[in-house]
Design a protein around this ligand. Structure first.
Ligand SMILES: O=C(O)C(=O)C[C@H](O)C(=O)CO
Ligand SMILES: [Zn+2]
Length: 277
């Protein structure tokens, strides 16, 4: 059921060629019609992936990999809909999900199912899930409820708004932080100057990209940088030792999710551009 990824350390990763870098960190094949497609990373045991109900209703099910009775028995989940209108049924409570709506689901939630209103314009649910030690309330998060942070300048081609959906300012979670960053027209860079956060790992999911557009996702230690070429609706795992930044051939949007020791979004070390190699 899961696309399993084990953890790689920086001493090994600096020797990887393109194919190996992609095998370890790059996640594709998302949003296949009527399928749940999830990658399970052993880095902080985050799960990231897609749930794409078109003609069918899809249920969240625990595989043998989770070793529990139901998926969210010991996990929490954040969801953002990047498609048309849909519904998520959470232990009998229905949440109507428009495009850009988010949902936080706390642990100990037994039954979660996903459906689209119109197969011609189906909902596309991107999800992140992390181990959780306690139950927090389920919360629907409209983009207007998300905490916005405007960043960047025209000169640096990086004007963007970071919408923090699952964040202590918006709702309680055990460790998950999740949000969506929308670049302005003409802006192509995210997160440059780049940063590290040793206490949290991160997964990026790039979307709203034209078919012929690319994003070069930067990764690696600050003085051993590598890149991974990203196409529309692909994700990339960023271990805590790696920078994560990207530049596109056009504007794009991305969803980021973080898990680890703390929930301090600003607990990061900025790497000066002069120190990057
Ligand atoms: O546009 C950005 O910059 C981001 O969205 C950065 C991510 O949120 C991140 O790296 C948080 O640590
Ligand atoms: Zn980061």
């Amino acid at each position: 059921m899961f696309d399993i990824r084990y953890a790689s350390g920086p001493k090994d990763a600096k020797h990887y060629d393109t194919a190996r870098l992609r095998e370890e960190f790059h996640v594709d094949g998302l949003f296949r019609k009527d399928e749940v497609h999830l990658a399970y990373s052993h880095v902080d045991r985050i799960i990231a992936g897609s749930i794409f109900p078109v003609d069918k209703t899809l249920n969240l099910e625990a595989g043998k990999e989770l070793g529990v009775e139901y998926f969210l028995a010991r996990r929490e989940m954040g969801i953002i809909n990047i498609g048309g209108k849909g519904r998520i049924l959470v232990d009998g409570v229905a949440y109507e999900m428009e495009r850009q709506d988010g949902l936080y689901i706390g642990s100990e939630t037994r039954e979660v199912s996903f459906a689209s209103d119109d197969p011609a314009d189906p909902a596309k649910f991107y999800v992140n899930s992390a181990p959780a030690h306690t139950k927090h309330p389920n919360v629907k998060i409209n983009i207007k409820d998300a905490s916005p942070v405007r960043m960047g300048t025209d000169a640096e081609l990086n004007k963007r708004t970071i919408y923090q959906y699952v964040h202590p300012n918006v709702c309680k979670s055990c460790q998950l932080l999740m949000g969506m960053t929308i670049l302005e027209d003409g802006s192509v860079w995210n997160t440059m100057p780049c940063h590290l956060h040793e206490r949290r790992m991160e997964v990026y999911f790039y979307f709203n990209m034209a078919e012929d557009a690319l994003v070069f996702h930067m990764m690696g230690e600050p003085k051993e940088t590598r890149h991974i070429v990203m196409r529309n609706e692909e994700a990339v795992i960023s271990p805590s030792w790696s920078i994560h930044s990207g530049v596109g051939t056009r504007r794009y949007t991305f969803i980021w999710g973080m898990v680890g020791e703390n929930q301090e979004y600003t607990d990061l070390e900025v790497v000066a551009t002069k120190d990057v190699l």
